[in-house]
Ligand binder design. Structure first.
Ligand code: PEP
Ligand code: MN
Length: 377
């Protein structure tokens, strides 16, 4: 199937190369063409009549903007997208009957902001949820290494209470000589593990050109820390509707991270999950420093779900349990933990990988913490 606009592109191999369909057979989100900035929210009064709300919507559309009506329990609000002349909008709308107030969205990220979307986002995915009352537990090895290992581990993780299986088929390694992942073969293994266990698959997509392939197999596309500001990649995953797990860059501020999420949302994909995986500091006794404050800060500024990755944050299996529990206690919506049947011989990140037994213990302890913070496993 031919795709519209930006999805048809030149091959990345330089001038003169043929125009190809980069993503054959994949339907992008319909609304990606409407990529616009959200600027204003019109709050209607509690007494506003349906006709009054409709009149405001029509006025907004006459001015050339997109209007979306959200019916709350008490009041309706209208999101106005694509505003270029704020003064004109205010003048045209503020005195219409039923209008209570106009609120400009001031934060640099719009769609990711709580101003835009006051309620927590809950992502539904094949009968599972991310965000909301139930904690999301993502577990698995750093990399998919072999079919036998993956199948056995997946069953054990499922039994221990995980709902999602992680494992990289494309690995971002610091050295080009380190194991780079099994590629498509790894994705096929993940798909078979899903078939066997029902666990949903979280796996990393390293580059734009791999998106169609990873999309075919994954339930959640992971964008790694090193790619957090790979804007072409962010835009590409934004054009599809599978959830994206966006890891925080190791030296990214929370604002930069939320702006990266905005790139995905602005393309029409509302399903973004943030993942705090530790940032670089002067500390050397841990691989990174888990920024636990990112949890309440993100929750304050954004409606997007946020999970904690204690494995990459600490770099050491010894500390994973504490950090995971701290994340849940701080209000995170879940955790992503590396688990390996034989950490000493893992092809990547063995030092920070939990053994199965340790993972089971962690699950039991998290259950208790979850209860005290009003969450469930
Ligand atoms: C991973 O999840 O295995 C990974 C490479 O993580 P990060 O991008 O956070 O380093
Ligand atoms: Mn890893």
């Amino acid at each position: 199937m031919a795709l519209p606009g930006p999805l048809r592109g030149k091959t990345p191999f330089g001038p003169g190369s043929a125009t190809i369909d980069l993503f054959p057979g994949i339907t992008p989100n319909q609304n990606f063409k409407n990529r616009k900035e959200v600027f204003m929210i019109i709050k209607m009064s509690a007494k506003a009549q349906h006709e009054e709300i409709e009149r405001v919507r029509k006025k907004v559309e006459e001015l050339g903007y997109v209007a979306k009506i959200f019916q709350g329990e008490m009041k309706s609000v209208i999101h106005v997208i694509g505003v270029t002349d704020r003064e004109r909008l205010i003048k045209s709308v503020e005195s219409l009957p039923g209008v209570e107030s106009l609120i400009p969205i001031l934060s640099p990220f719009k769609l990711a902001s709580r101003e835009f979307h006051p309620d927590d986002t809950i992502i539904s995915l094949n009968g599972k949820q991310i965000g909301g009352e139930i904690l999301s537990i993502i577990a698995g090895p750093c990399a998919v290494e072999s079919e036998g290992m993956m199948m056995e581990l997946a069953s054990a993780l499922k039994e221990a209470g995980a709902q999602f299986l992680r494992g990289g088929a494309f690995k971002p390694r610091s050295s080009p000589y380190s194991f780079q992942g099994l590629g498509e073969k790894g994705l096929e293994i993940l798909a078979r593990a899903r078939e066997k266990t029902g666990l949903l698959i979280v796996t990393e997509v390293l580059s734009e050109i791999d998106v169609p392939l990873v999309y075919k197999y994954a339930d959640i596309l992971q964008i790694g820390a090193r790619n957090m500001q790979n804007f072409p990649l962010l835009k590409t995953v934004g054009r599809f509707n599978k959830p994206v797990l966006l890891k925080r860059g190791m030296s990214a501020t929370i604002e930069e991270w939320l702006m990266a999420a905005e790139y995905i949302l602005a393309e029409g994909n509302p399903n973004v999950i943030l993942c705090e995986r530790g940032i670089r500091t002067f500390e050397t006794y841990t691989r990174n420093t888990l920024d636990i404050s990112a949890v309440p800060v993100v929750k304050y500024h954004s409606h997007l779900p946020i999970i904690i990755d204690p494995s990459h944050a600490s770099g050491d299996a010894r500390y994973v349990n504490s950090l995971a529990k701290a994340g849940i206690a701080a209000g995170a919506d879940g955790i992503m933990v590396e688990v390996h049947p034989d950490p000493a011989n893992a092809l990547s990140d063995g030092k920070q990988s939990l053994r199965l037994e340790a993972f089971k213990e962690l699950m039991a302890e998290i259950k208790k913490i979850a209860e005290t913070v009003g969450r469930k496993l």
